[in-house]
Design a protein around this ligand. Structure first.
Ligand code: MN
Length: 198
């Protein structure tokens, strides 16, 4: 059975950028529902005892497995997203990832502009991503539950841009949510850990 991992901080830890009310619904209702739905769909199938990442890779792009894929990927995406956020973080990184942002993405200011743009221009529900691919950093966006795992890329950071991620706090102002997360919450230590495994 798949389980809902504990939130890595208190529900009010990301205020004022993300309210406790938003995090309570986002984690306690949305993320939990993906876990519950995955367990229902996987029960009695080959997926019930498979590692989550393998479920995602095995079901990606298969029309008859779309329900399992969507819920498995959303479980993974949300667990990953919580770890991408830390109170008092955000802003310019240092170290190897900063050097790669300079060489691959034209510097931090250009990274910020392009990452925010990917998040803001994802039409409808989805995710903005910083990934490592072929030894270089890249920015991408995915619709709905899709993520970089099934594309052979390593996710370094993500921002959830489904409306449930920001609507209670920002209503339709997705750019304000995205820029506040980039400036105040992005957990570059987590990104560096992910990069070291890429
Ligand atoms: Mn979400």
């Amino acid at each position: 059975m798949f389980t809902l991992p504990p939130l890595p901080y208190a529900e009010n830890a990301l205020e004022p950028v993300i309210s406790a009310n938003t995090l309570s619904f986002h984690y306690g209702k949305h993320h939990k529902a993906y876990v519950d739905n995955l367990n229902k769909l996987a029960s009695g199938t080959q997926y019930e005892s498979m590692p989550l990442e393998q479920v995602i890779r095995d079901t990606a792009g298969k029309a008859d497995k779309v329900g399992v894929f969507n819920n498995a990927a959303q479980v993974w995406n949300h667990t990953f997203f919580w770890n991408c956020l830390r109170n008092g973080a955000g802003g310019k990184p240092t170290g190897r990832i900063a050097q790669m942002i300079d060489s691959d993405l034209g510097g931090y200011d250009n990274f910020k502009k392009e990452f925010a743009n990917a998040c803001v221009t994802q039409f409808g529900s989805g995710w903005g991503w910083l990934v490592a691919s072929g030894g270089k950093l890249a920015i991408m966006k995915t619709p709905n539950a899709e993520n970089p795992l099934s594309k052979g890329q390593t996710a370094l950071l993500t921002i959830d841009v489904w409306e449930h991620a920001y609507y209670l706090d920002y209503q339709n102002r997705r750019p304000d949510f995205v820029n506040a997360v980039i400036d105040k919450l992005l957990n570059w230590n987590f990104a560096a850990e992910n990069l070291s495994r890429a």
